[in-house]
Design a protein around this ligand. Structure first.
Ligand SMILES: Nc1ncnc2c1ncn2[C@@H]1O[C@H](COP(=O)(O)OP(=O)(O)OP(=O)(O)O)[C@@H](O)[C@H]1O
Length: 300
């Protein structure tokens, strides 16, 4: 995959407050990248700089070979969804899309119909947007951002305000859209576990800079120095170790701490000689656990 976005040494201050310092990251074409960090870390600021809404104080940025200062060209190849979706509430969903399609010079008449179908808004297209649920508004805002078939989609906290069903729905639409069209998607959020299933890679923004970037597999390899395996079994450990590995009992089983995944089969073989095993799960390889490891390392 080729680099779609290349950010090098970007810094930004608002007055005397430095928000970004030497930010580096890359995004490959067709990837879904999660830009993750706590509240106030500067995620929105990064998105606004990439879009040319505000200017960086230092550093270089290339978006498909363009600089964010070429804002018209950037707008032509990208779409953005922010918290304030910029929809007209007194107009219907369809009228909103027709209005913005004309504004963006979208000539493909079938595009609105396609998006209404993709985001399951056909039945609601004639209702005023003011009567839409938060989830429907998000889906309409996504449709609006995708009217001109952008190559890159920027999403600022796309799941904010949604209930669990709404979150699942919006994220699965995004994944489907990415797979169907190959559109590169950058989304920022402070809710790590939500983005884990849909992102190909992650960039962690902390202490004003990107402290780590990589795919889940790359991050696991780098940060998971031990594996905690949760085993549901009828075996009840009497000791604090099992086959020499640290273990702890819980109601229907035990957790065992192993130096690597390789030892999982060793402990299972031994257990299955005399006991039943109902499930085996790695308990510490979720994105949140890895993120805590990254933070531990940088704050050391
Ligand atoms: N236009 C501005 N003028 C002054 N300060 C600003 C401006 N925009 C952002 N900031 C400050 O920059 C910091 C980073 O803000 P930003 O919105 O980029 O963070 P964020 O990571 O997106 O946060 P959140 O997760 O809460 O949305 C905050 O301290 C914020 O107050």
């Amino acid at each position: 995959m080729v680099e779609m976005i290349e950010v090098r040494g970007v810094s930004k201050s608002f007055g005397s407050q430095q928000v970004l310092k030497d930010v580096d990251f890359q995004v490959k074409a067709g990837e879904i990248v999660g830009l993750l960090g706590p509240n106030g870390a500067g995620k929105t600021t990064v998105i606004r700089i990439l879009n040319g809404v505000i200017k960086a104080d230092a550093g270089t940025i290339s978006i498909m070979g363009l600089s964010p200062t070429q804002s018209d060209d950037i707008r032509a190849i990208s779409g953005i969804v922010t918290e304030s979706a910029g929809l007209y509430h007194q107009m219907s969903g369809l009228e909103n899309l027709e209005f913005f399609a004309e504004l963006y010079g979208v000539e493909d008449n079938a595009q609105i119909k396609r998006l209404l179908e993709l985001f399951e808004l056909v039945d609601h297209q004639h209702k005023p947007v003011g009567t839409y649920s938060t989830g429907m508004k998000k889906r309409l805002a996504l449709s609006k951002a995708l009217l001109h078939n952008p190559k890159i989609l920027f999403l600022d906290e796309p799941t904010n305000g949604l209930d669990p069903d709404g979150i699942k729905m919006v994220l699965s639409y995004l994944k489907t859209y990415n797979q169907q069209t190959g559109t590169t998607i950058i989304l920022c959020s402070h809710v790590l576990h939500q983005l884990e299933p849909i992102c190909d890679s992650f960039a962690f923004l902390e202490n004003k800079t990107i402290v780590e970037q990589g795919s889940k597999q790359e991050l696991e390899q780098k940060y998971l120095t031990e594996i905690v395996v949760s085993v549901s079994t009828d075996y009840v450990p009497q000791e604090k170790t099992f086959l020499g590995f640290r273990c702890e009992k819980f109601e229907n089983g035990m957790t065992i701490t192993l130096p690597s995944k390789e030892e999982i089969s060793t402990i299972l073989k031994e257990l299955l000689k005399h006991h039943r095993v109902y499930s085996v799960e790695i308990a510490n390889n979720d994105l949140e656990s890895i993120y805590f490891k990254v933070r531990e390392k940088i704050n050391r």
